[in-house]
Structure formats: structure tokens, C-alpha cells
Design a protein around this ligand. Structure first.
Ligand SMILES: NC(=O)c1ccc[n+]([C@@H]2O[C@H](COP(=O)([O-])OP(=O)(O)OC[C@H]3O[C@@H](n4cnc5c(N)ncnc54)[C@H](OP(=O)(O)O)[C@@H]3O)[C@@H](O)[C@H]2O)c1
Length: 263
């Protein structure tokens, strides 16, 4: 897909990976709608994006279907039909299932999974009508591993991965594509949530938001179902599916140790 003058919606566009993707798309001539809840942070991101191209902010909680419908109407009125949807808004609350409340678990699913569902439903019709469009869903390698301390987050990303795979199958031959981008840990404000206060935040392997943004922009033109970032993480995902007992043993023990050390 040629990007110049296309319209993209980036949820979670005010921070971290979403903001880096919005900047990168604006630099390529894409007119970008940035979506997030906190208006002050959103406004700052819009100013940053506007230095490189066209960016407009829309304050919206993606977990609220009515707000998403309203946002979609405003985007259509301001920018026209949407060519690219980047479902990126998301957050995590760290902690054992025993310690998290049901509403903390539900909130992660409402934003990370249903937020993507609401936005997909809000923009899919117009993409199908034009027989052209791309949906990029930002999941995580946590969509392939059940990590102690991250059960609710993993569940939301497993759900996003399954939804994306099925949707991609449904949309075959329609001109609308779906690709999931699954990064390992990324250095963003994601880990500023108080629940991460007692655990090591970044490993030396953690990525910059710009590296993931490049993968997101690459995914727009890709026919692949899932892109891991870095690409070599695909080996870990493949091994997890091929030798689940072995991988679960090592990964689960490492995360369990961190979880126990944090409480
Ligand atoms: N950082 C990592 O290590 C990592 C690794 C793999 C995958 N990811 C995924 O990458 C995505 C982006 O994360 P990030 O690291 O860039 O985190 P971030 O810097 O904390 O950015 C999250 C963005 O999502 C927005 N957001 C959160 N809840 C929202 C809601 N209900 N409605 C609308 N916007 C909402 C935030 O703005 P407001 O709070 O103002 O709404 C913010 O713009 C997430 O889906 C995350 O799961 C992150």
C-alpha cells in the first residue's frame, strides 16, 4: 500500500509505541488520527507529530463502544475514510490472579481486547466498501506464553491473537488485511504503572519504541499474519508451540521467581 496521503487511526497514539508509529507514519505523508484518553498528553503528542506531518487528536476510551463510534464519526468527518487502523492501546497490571481484583482483570480485557474489537468494528465496513484497508493489531510475545504475574494481560493478548487470525481468514479476498505485531519488552511508560514498582523493568534486550514502530509500518504492507519483534523471537514462539512442556518449565519458573520476589 502506498502510504502518502492515506488516513491512519493509531489507538494509544499519545505515548510509547503508538506515538513513535504516529510520528513515523506522519513522516511518510500519512494523515494520522491519534486516539487516547488523557487530553493533555494527547495534545502534546499531536504537537510532536505535527512537526513531521499531519496529526489530529481524538480523546476516546477504546473500551467504551459508544465513545469509539463517536470518535469514528469525527475521524470520518475530519479526515475521510480510514485506510489503516493500528489497534495499539493497551496496558497491564502486574500481580498474581489471587491478588488482582476481578475488575482489574476485566479492565485489561476491556481495553486490550475489546478496545481493538470496538475499533475494528467501527472502521471495517468502510474498508470493505472500498475493498482496501489494513488492520495492524499490536499484541505481544505474551500472546504466546502464559506468564505468571501477567495472567490477565496474557489472556487479553491471546484473545487478540486468536481474533486477528480468525478475522484475517474471514477477510481473505476482500482487499482488507490483518497483521499482528508482537514485540518483546519495550522501553515505554507502559511499566510506570505502580504494580510494576517492585520488579525489574527493562532487560538489556528490551527494545526502543521506534524499533517496534518500524515493524508496525512494515506490517502495513505485509501479507504475514504475525510479525514478532525482533524477528528472532519467532524461534521462541515456535519452540513454545513445539516443545510446550520444556519451554513452560523454564519460562514459568523465571516469571514465578520474579512474582514471588515482588511480594
Ligand atoms: N512496552 C512493552 O514492553 C510492550 C511489549 C509488548 C506489547 N506492548 C503493547 O504495546 C501497546 C502500546 O504500549 P506502550 O508500551 O506504548 O505503552 P504506553 O506508553 O503506556 O502507551 C499506551 C497508550 O495507550 C493509551 N491507552 C491506554 N488505555 C486506553 C484506553 N482505554 N483507551 C484509549 N487509549 C488508551 C494510553 O493513553 P491514555 O492512558 O491517555 O489513554 C497510551 O497512549 C500496548 O497494547 C501494549 O500491550 C507493549
Amino acid at each position: 500500500m502506498k502510504l502518502d496521503n492515506k488516513v491512519a487511526v493509531v489507538t494509544g497514539g499519545s505515548s510509547g509505541i503508538g506515538k513513535a508509529a504516529a510520528v513515523m507514519l506522519a513522516k511518510r505523508g500519512v494523515r494520522v488520527a491519534l486516539v487516547a484518553r488523557r487530553e493533555d498528553v494527547l495534545e502534546e503528542a499531536v504537537v510532536e507529530v505535527s512537526e513531521f506531518g499531519s496529526g489530529v487528536g481524538y480523546a476516546c476510551d477504546v473500551s467504551d463502544e459508544a465513545q469509539v463510534c463517536e470518535m469514528a464519526q469525527h475521524v470520518a468527518g475530519d479526515l475521510g475514510a480510514v485506510d489503516i487502523l493500528i489497534n495499539n492501546a493497551g496496558f497491564a497490571i502486574y500481580g498474581s490472579v489471587e491478588s488482582l481484583s476481578a475488575s482489574e482483570i476485566r479492565a485489561q480485557m476491556e481495553t486490550n481486547y475489546f478496545g481493538a474489537v470496538h475499533c475494528t468494528k467501527a472502521f471495517l465496513d468502510q474498508m470493505l466498501a472500498r475493498r482496501s484497508g489494513k488492520i495492524v493489531n499490536v499484541a505481544s510475545v505474551a500472546a504466546s506464553f502464559g506468564l505468571p504475574g501477567m495472567a490477565a494481560y496474557c489472556a487479553s493478548k491471546f484473545a487478540m491473537l486468536g481474533f486477528s487470525e480468525a478475522l484475517r481468514g474471514e477477510l481473505h479476498g476482500t482487499g482488507v488485511g490483518v497483521t499482528v505485531v508482537s514485540p518483546i519488552a519495550v522501553r515505554t511508560p507502559f511499566f510506570e504503572h505502580e504494580s510494576f514498582a517492585n520488579i525489574p523493568r527493562y532487560s538489556p534486550m528490551s527494545l526502543s519504541a521506534e524499533k517496534v514502530a518500524r515493524a508496525i509500518v512494515g506490517a502495513i504492507g505485509s501479507s504475514r499474519g504475525e510479525v514478532t519483534v525482533p524477528g528472532v523471537a519467532r524461534v521462541a514462539v515456535w519452540t513454545r508451540h513445539t516443545l510446550p512442556h520444556l519451554v513452560d518449565y523454564f519460562v514459568s519458573s523465571a516469571f514465578r521467581k520474579t512474582l514471588r520476589g515482588s511480594s
